[in-house]
Every structure is written in structure tokens, then in C-alpha cells.
Design a protein around this ligand. Structure first.
Ligand code: NAG
Ligand code: NAG
Ligand code: NAG
Ligand code: NAG
Ligand code: NAG
Ligand code: ZN
Length: 479
């Protein structure tokens, strides 16, 4: 009798296990901290000893060069990192923009940066993370103090370049270890970009700055250890772009080719948007087209497809791109910098660094290259958040992970299910799953009870019913 009971019980259990995938499978999500050192070129770690970068690589992974997105400037690429979209699709196409429809200008450094509409062609990961029931914290990441789609990060600080790195780290770690801890953090630091512009990447003085960044990374690692977060947290350290050396010999003076009265200039060298005045398009375009062998001139619709930089009204009707190392100016009175970025995203000098460590990552693994758009699906996977449509591919970077995601179905983890905060997107599928599961339970219970009562070898029916239905329903359908 007992034997029969056990066998039926096990068969029933197996059938139930097959029909009802455990609902709580995404409940335990990984913690993730994304750090950007602005303008940290991929090969800077080979210039001076960088023991802290080395430690992360040894314990974790390194991607030698990240192919970022065009244009290789700060805002477009920081938004790409947190959306997985190319600039034409996330809408932050430059550090300075002009919206011809609304006659409005945008500048990364001005008040216009706080107008939500500029950001809302995409949804950054901190917003998606919060919609999926997670909590996010942001220390100075571009756009993280802006209300985007009605949402701020759970914790953030208003942008202030004077706030020291140490303070930013302490803020973030307090959010990671608070009573309602965040699971996703973003941290931004302005160097070595600023020094790269001022000194030029070839200057030996930049070595000091790189060594200082490594020390700052060391501080972050120590603080993570001190806070007891080191083993739990997935840490990604990367950047938006690299840097190339400029020269006062390599200047393209637009005034020598076309009258300044005929167009409006948008954004800065080495990629400049040109809005010809009404009726002047052809004159401006033909004057610039073959003006200088170091100046590439595109109509918006003719921008090379692989730049993914055409399909957006915020990209100006004519786009000028300087050859690597060259600077576009109106005339030579403008003082030029010694380093810059923004050029062709196929150039090695434009590519950023990438190292990562933590429970989700392999250890001691090196990969040649990845695309910056691929980081977004990777981060979504680590967080257990369903990625929004994006231009990245998890499959391209899953070798960085300790446990690669299942091949089929495509890795789109369902957001965790929490009482009172069911993810809106998946609730329909979830209800169907629940109904299907419940009817199967009832069906198999019916079969089981029928079999048992036919044999008449077991105690009374109501008793069996309670015994069986309790653990099954409570364990499998834990709500
Ligand atoms: C666009 O805005 C500027 C001020 O920002 C104003 O001077 C100009 O007249 C406006 N142009 C149009 C066409 O509304
Ligand atoms: C920016 O941060 C610095 C250093 O913490 C502080 O002295 C200054 O008051 C801050 N500025 C603003 C506008 O909050
Ligand atoms: C260069 O441009 C500035 C305005 O940006 C103008 O004041 C100056 O006269 C110009 N210099 C020459 C040599 O054209
Ligand atoms: C960008 O750089 C790559 C590699 O040097 C080159 O093949 C390409 O023609 C350049 N220009 C554009 C528009 O991609
Ligand atoms: C990038 O992704 C967006 C959103 O799915 C899509 O609209 C766009 O066409 C994609 N771009 C490319 C080049 O595939
Ligand atoms: Zn930058």
C-alpha cells in the first residue's frame, strides 16, 4: 500500500515538475555595478603598472578592445551602454544637438540636459530595472539625474563634477548595503578624459593620470571588500571612448571654404553638424564636398550604413567628420586641444577598456573584442531583467559568463515575481501559465484519486485529498 502511494506520488510529482516550471526561478538576481572612467582608452592599462585592473582581469574577464558606437563622444556612448542602442536609435546623437522641429538646442553641459524629452527616445537600464521590481543607484552617470519616462533612479545625486571619486563610491556602497539595497549601480568619473584632452594621449604626463585611475579603482575594490559586497557584486569597469593625439598642423578651417553666413554649426570637432540656411543647401554641400582631403562630408541620408547614424532628425542635414587627428574649426583663432575623440568608431584609438569580475563572470578569461551595444543584454541577463529591443547580442558576449544562458529559447529572463508588484509585461503569460498548471494539477489529482479509490486500499477520500493537495499546491504555486 505504502509502495503504491509513493509511486503514484512520485509520478504525480514528476508530471507536475514537467508542466509547472518553478515560478521563482529568476528570484535571485545578481547585483551589478557599472563603472565608467570617461575616455579610458583600451591600451592605457599597458602604459603604466595598473595592479588593480590586473587583479580584476585575473579574477574575472577582460575584453581587450570595445568597439563603441558612432559618434565616439561621451553622451552618445554613455547612453548606448545603458540602452544597447546605436545613437540614431536612442536619440542622444551628440553632446550638443539642435531640434529643428521644436527650434530647441541641447547641450550636455547646460540646463537643457534636464529636459526629459531629449532622453525619451530610449529607456535606460536603471528605469527598466526599477520597473521590473529592482532598485537602482546612480553617482553622476550622464542622464541619471534626469527624470526619464517619469522615473529617476531610486537613489541618485545631482551632477556635480567637483564631488570627489571617494564620495561617489561611498554613496553607492551605502545604497548597496542599505536596508532596502539597490541591485544595480552606475558610477561615473570624468578622468582620464579631461587630462587626455588637455595633455594629449601621447604625453608622458598622462601616465600619472592613468596610475591615479588605477588607485581609484583600488579604493573601490577595498571599499567593496570592507562592505562585505566583494563576493556578491558583479563589477564592470569600462568607458565611453578612447582618445587620439591632435596637432596644430592638422587644422581644417571651414571659413576658407564656405561663408559662415550660409549655415549654422552644431556640436564640436571632430564631427560637426551643418544646417544650411534656407536655399543654401547645394552651395554649402558642394563647397565643402571636395574642399579638404582630411574632411569627410556626408548628406545625412548618405552616411555609411555601418555607422548606424542616419535615421534620426537630430542628425543634421550635412555631417562633417575629420580624419583621425585633424580638427575642424571656423578659423584658426580658436585654441585647439591636444587630444580628442569622436572620430570613426573603427579606429583603435577610439576604443575603450573593459574588465569585469564577480559571481556571474568567468575568471582569467580574455576576449579580443566586443561591441558596446552587447553590454546591455549582458547586464540585463545578470540582473534578471527582460531587455527592451536593442542592437546588442547576448550570444556574442555570453562566453564572458561563468554559466552561459540556455541557447533556446532565446535568453529573455522573466522579471522576478513579487507580491504586489507583478511585472506588467509578463502578467498575461504568467496567468496563462498558472491556469494551465492548476488545471493539470486538478486533472492528475483526479486520476490519482480515482486510481486509489478503485483499489480501495487507502483511508478515506477527504484525508488523501488534503494530504496531497497541500504540499503540492503550496510548494509549486507559492504566491
Ligand atoms: C528659434 O529660437 C530662437 C531663440 O532661441 C529665436 O530667436 C528664433 O526666432 C526662433 N526661430 C523660430 C523660427 O521660431
Ligand atoms: C559640488 O560639490 C562640491 C564638493 O563636494 C561642493 O563644495 C559644492 O557646493 C557642490 N556644488 C553644488 C552646486 O552643489
Ligand atoms: C575668426 O573668427 C572670429 C569669430 O569666431 C572672428 O572674430 C575673427 O575675425 C576671425 N579671424 C579671421 C582671421 O578671420
Ligand atoms: C573608418 O575606418 C575604417 C577602418 O580604418 C575604414 O575602413 C573606413 O573606411 C573608415 N570610414 C568610414 C566612414 O567607415
Ligand atoms: C536597433 O534596435 C532598434 C530597436 O529594436 C531598431 O529599431 C533598429 O532598427 C536597430 N538598428 C539596427 C541597425 O539594427
Ligand atoms: Zn567621454
Amino acid at each position: 500500500m505504502l509502495h503504491l502511494l509513493f509511486r503514484s506520488w512520485r509520478v504525480l510529482g514528476c508530471l507536475l515538475a514537467l508542466t509547472l516550471p518553478p515560478i521563482s526561478r529568476q528570484e535571485k538576481r545578481g547585483k551589478l555595478l557599472l563603472v565608467s572612467f570617461d575616455g579610458f582608452r583600451w591600451d592605457y592599462i599597458n602604459r603604466v603598472p595598473t595592479p588593480n585592473f590586473d587583479a580584476i582581469m585575473k579574477e574575472g574577464v577582460q575584453v581587450e578592445r570595445v568597439v563603441n558606437t558612432y559618434i565616439t563622444k561621451t553622451l552618445p556612448n554613455h547612453y548606448t551602454l545603458v540602452t544597447g542602442l546605436h545613437a540614431e536609435s536612442h536619440g542622444m546623437v551628440a553632446n550638443e544637438m539642435f531640434d529643428q522641429h521644436h527650434n530647441r538646442s541641447f547641450s550636455m553641459e547646460g540646463q537643457s540636459a534636464y529636459e526629459p524629452r531629449w532622453w525619451e527616445e530610449a529607456v535606460p537600464l536603471w528605469v527598466t530595472n526599477q520597473r521590473a521590481g529592482g532598485r537602482s543607484g546612480a553617482a553622476m552617470w550622464p542622464g541619471s539625474d534626469v527624470e526619464i519616462h517619469g522615473v529617476y533612479p531610486t537613489h541618485y545625486v545631482p551632477y556635480n563634477a567637483s564631488v570627489p571619486f571617494q564620495t561617489r563610491v561611498e554613496k553607492l556602497l551605502s545604497w548597496f548595503s542599505g536596508p532596502e539595497p539597490i541591485d544595480f549601480g552606475v558610477l561615473y568619473w570624468e578622468e582620464p578624459d579631461e587630462s587626455g584632452h588637455n595633455l594629449g594621449p601621447e604625453s608622458p604626463l598622462l601616465d600619472v593620470v592613468i596610475a591615479d585611475i588605477d588607485e581609484k579603482l583600488g579604493f573601490l575594490l577595498e571599499e567593496l571588500k570592507r562592505a562585505g559586497l566583494y563576493d556578491d557584486i558583479n563589477l564592470i569597469v569600462t568607458s565611453d571612448h578612447g582618445m587620439t593625439q591632435l596637432s596644430s598642423e592638422k587644422i581644417i578651417e571651414l571659413d576658407s571654404y564656405v561663408s559662415r553666413d550660409l549655415y549654422t554649426w552644431v556640436d564640436k570637432s571632430p564631427v560637426v553638424g551643418i544646417i544650411p540656411k534656407e536655399g543654401a543647401f547645394d552651395e554649402v554641400y558642394s563647397s565643402l564636398l571636395n574642399a579638404n582631403p582630411n574632411l569627410y562630408v556626408y548628406k545625412r541620408e548618405d552616411i555609411p550604413e555601418h555607422y548606424h547614424y542616419s535615421h534620426n532628425e537630430r542628425i543634421m542635414p550635412i555631417l562633417l567628420e575629420a580624419r583621425e587627428g585633424w580638427t575642424i574649426v571656423p578659423n584658426k583663432t580658436r585654441k585647439i586641444m591636444l587630444g580628442n575623440h569622436g572620430y570613426n568608431n573603427s579606429l583603435a584609438s577610439m576604443h575603450p577598456v573593459f574588465v569585469a569580475r564577480g559571481p556571474a563572470f568567468q575568471s582569467g578569461y580574455t576576449k579580443d573584442t566586443m561591441c558596446s551595444v552587447d553590454l546591455y543584454p549582458l547586464m540585463c541577463y545578470i540582473l534578471g531583467v527582460r531587455p527592451l529591443p536593442n542592437n546588442g547580442s547576448l550570444a556574442s558576449v555570453q562566453d564572458l559568463l561563468l554559466e552561459p544562458p540556455p541557447v533556446t529559447p532565446p535568453p529573455t529572463p522573466t522579471p522576478r515575481v513579487l507580491l504586489g508588484s507583478w511585472p506588467k509585461e509578463s502578467s498575461y503569460a504568467w496567468v496563462v501559465e498558472l491556469l494551465l498548471g492548476t488545471s493539470l494539477v486538478v486533472f492528475f489529482l483526479f486520476l490519482f484519486v480515482k486510481q486509489v479509490t478503485q483499489k480501495q486500499q487507502l483511508p478515506t477520500l477527504p484525508h488523501i485529498n488534503r494530504e496531497i493537495s497541500k504540499p503540492l499546491l503550496y510548494e509549486e504555486l507559492q504566491l
